[in-house]
Design a protein around this ligand. Structure first.
Ligand code: AVJ
Length: 322
């Protein structure tokens, strides 16, 4: 199973640098991690997903006015389909809709299909693939006259550091033609105390989500992490404007991961970095769009939880290339 080999290699590489150990955040989302993340989205301290959904519900009709029919919808990271429903329903009132959720997780695709099944005028074609593989597949099937709408919601873009995010947005642009659209959800800066609480909730759901990464390594790669010897830690990095999740080793310990052929010693207090969640300012978004080949056409901000839905249009190739 090549996916397991990739996981083993990523874990070995990430843990092999003493003093700056890290694990890729994409591995937080196995079936258990996905369920824990869904629980996070219900927490009063974590307003992000509800803000995303409110904006889609309220502004779907306004958004669709920017997109000439027929529209083909591609979503990078299918999620559970809950918030996307508002957009697809508004679109289906106008025209027959084809929707391509792209996700590496078959269980995420299955949940999404279940949530959206029974919607009239909608056909769902799930693609089990990486974001760019899936998008390239859809782009290769498009017919002339169609408008592609790419959804990248929930501030998933925040997992990339800023240069990597711009690189990725440019790669998306290369699959598009002028007039196609990207709807980008971005969580905005807010008081540090609110951000820390959103990622360190008192019920400990986010701590469980973070620790599950070690449990997953134990389950899938034959690791022997003792989860009780690790503590969930959240920091706000002011300079990078991001929340960072770490796991702190509370004792000096040795860890072995059989399938990765790896052993290391962790010092008391040493940390493993597991996720970055970058925060944005509304006024930096148009520049990000321009630098990556788009024009920021519209921006909608939630009144309750600072979060922005940004509608970008693929710029003419002459502009996008410069
Ligand atoms: C799914 C990446 C948008 O950054 O807020 C939530 C993940 N991690 N709580 C985020 C997450 C801890 C989430 N994203």
């Amino acid at each position: 199973m090549p996916a397991l080999l990739d996981f083993a290699r990523a874990v070995r590489d990430g843990l092999s640098k003493p003093g700056r150990r890290e694990l890729p955040s994409m591995y937080l989302y196995d079936e258990i991690g996905t369920a824990l993340f869904e629980a996070i989205t219900l927490l009063p301290e974590y307003g992000l997903t509800r803000a995303d959904e409110r904006l889609l519900r309220q502004y779907a009709p306004a958004l669709l006015e920017h997109l000439p029919p027929p529209v083909v919808v591609v979503e990078l990271g299918s999620g559970n389909g809950r918030k996307t429903r508002w957009l697809l329903e508004a679109l289906a009132r106008r025209e027959a809709v084809v929707y391509f959720p792209v996700d590496t997780s078959p269980s995420a695709l299955a949940n999404c299909r279940k949530e959206l099944s029974g919607m009239g005028g909608l056909s769902i074609v799930g693609l089990e693939a990486s974001y760019l593989e899936g998008l390239r597949e859809v782009a290769s099937r498009r017919r002339s006259g169609q408008t592609l709408l790419v959804l990248f919601l929930g501030s998933t873009v925040g997992n990339f550091d800023r240069p990597a995010a711009e690189h990725f947005l440019r790669e998306i642009r290369q699959c598009l033609t002028p007039g196609d659209a990207l709807l980008l959800g971005t969580d905005l800066e807010k008081p540090v105390a609110d951000m820390l609480l959103a990622y360190d909730d008192p019920a400990g759901v986010t701590a469980a989500f973070n620790l599950n990464l070690l449990a997953r390594i134990n389950r899938e790669l034959g690791g022997d992490f003792a989860l009780r010897n690790f503590a969930h830690e959240v920091r706000y990095n002011d300079r990078e404007r991001r929340i960072e999740m770490h796991l702190r080793s509370t004792t000096r310990q040795t860890v072995t991961i059989r399938a990765a052929d790896f052993t290391c010693r962790l010092e008391e207090g040493e940390t493993i970095w597991t996720e970055a969640c970058h925060k944005y300012r509304t006024d930096e978004i148009p520049g990000m769009a321009r630098r990556t080949g788009y024009l920021c056409e519209a921006q909608w901000v939630d009144g309750e939880w600072p979060f922005a839905e940004n509608l970008w249009l693929a710029a003419p190739d002459s502009i996008a290339a410069s």
